[in-house]
Design a protein around this ligand. Structure first.
Ligand SMILES: Nc1nc2c(ncn2[C@@H]2O[C@H](COP(=O)(O)OP(=O)(O)OP(=O)(O)O)[C@@H](O)[C@H]2O)c(=O)[nH]1
Ligand SMILES: [Mg+2]
Length: 322
């Protein structure tokens, strides 16, 4: 069957029935964006809304993909049906060249696991829209948990993971790595910490540094989330290459989900995710209308246009449209 010629509703039906090729095709269309992606969003919302979204982030090369492979194997063993979305770095700082030894997700997950790499380079607002769209497709297809890996460089990448049900932050032993993670804002978003490459020297120092920073955050009240709930992230030691620490990591992820369930935080996180997506979409719509107005406006043709008044009247025009 040629999946390229199938209609979106047919693809969604097949995906719901467990057809992974249909899921793959839908994700390609979501990635491209535009009106077809919008149609998919309409049809997959809210089909199930059951999937747990697990975000995994951390510095380039920390071993995120290797770890995700181990976590997936652990979930499969526990009877779950996980899927993985690996977001390829879109920033030239974090992408490519320096990371010659980065591993391919396909090589580390059990056979039959649904894995998808998404490239977002060049998409306007791509990541912020493509990820929720893709998660919805995977949710509709019955996968859970849906694991989203992003490199912890760049605000959008960190934001995507911060809105996950648990956000897992992976760091490694080494000079000031915990401090670096703190600077990148990773400390604030972490629900579970993994110190990976625990087979390397300095792992226990990194653990101590991290615990100290968590203590400090508690003293200053920075660890109270915006709903006033306190959850101290656990720190798990992991050697992803051997799989040591993977069961403990899954345990901590589940402990955090239980905490969210008990505190009502799960629905709030989901609301937060939807809010972020609505915001990104609204921004896109507004920006494109603004471009149209700037193209078409005669306001700028005055000899010396008043920027304040001109901006206000352009916004008034946009607001007047319906
Ligand atoms: N010694 C050691 N090496 C590890 C461990 N985990 C991963 N690695 C190695 O670290 C390198 C990078 O691993 P990846 O899993 O690709 O790291 P990543 O964080 O996904 O990398 P990016 O996606 O490029 O940011 C590979 O050579 C892995 O084999 C570990 O626990 N110990
Ligand atoms: Mg990776």
């Amino acid at each position: 069957m040629n999946y390229r010629t199938l209609s979106v509703p047919d693809l969604v039906d097949k995906a719901k029935a467990g057809d992974n090729r249909a899921v793959g095709r839908l994700l390609t269309l979501v990635e491209r964006g535009g009106t077809v992606a919008d149609e998919i969003a309409e049809l997959t919302h809210p089909l199930r809304g059951n999937a747990h979204v697990v975000g995994v982030t951390g510095p380039p090369g920390a071993g995120k993909s290797t770890l995700v492979g181990r976590l997936v194997a652990e979930w499969v063993e526990r009877g779950h049906r996980p899927a993985v979305l690996a977001i390829d770095p879109s920033s030239p700082i974090s992408g490519g060249a320096i990371l010659g030894d980065r591993i391919r997700m396909d090589d580390v997950v059990p056979e039959g696991t649904f894995v998808r790499s998404m490239a977002t380079r060049g998409h306007q607002g791509g990541l912020a829209l493509a990820v929720p769209g893709a998660v919805r497709v995977l949710d509709a297809a019955g996968f859970s948990p849906v694991i989203v890996e992003t490199v912890g460089v760049g605000q959008v990448e960190v934001d995507v993971v911060a809105a996950a049900d648990p956000a897992v932050v992976v760091t490694t032993p080494g000079m000031g790595d915990a401090v670096q993670a703190n600077k990148a804002g990773l400390l604030e978003v972490a629900d579970v910490f993994v110190i990976n490459k625990a087979d390397r020297p300095g792992a226990s120092d990194t653990r101590r540094d991290l615990q100290l920073m968590l203590d400090l955050a508690h003293v200053t009240g920075q660890d109270i989330d915006q709903y006033g709930t306190y959850f101290r992230p656990e720190v798990v030691m992991s050697t992803a290459t051997s799989g040591e620490g993977a069961p403990a990591t899954v345990d901590e992820i589940h402990a955090h989900m239980d905490h969210l369930n008990a505190s009502g935080g799960l629905n709030r996180r989901r609301a937060l995710r939807i809010r972020a997506e609505v915001r990104s979409r609204a921004e896109q719509i507004l920006l494109s209308r603004l471009e149209d107005e700037l193209e078409g406006t005669d306001l700028l043709e005055a000899a010396d246009p008043n920027p304040v008044a001109t901006a206000e009247s352009i916004v008034d025009r946009i607001a007047g449209e319906s």
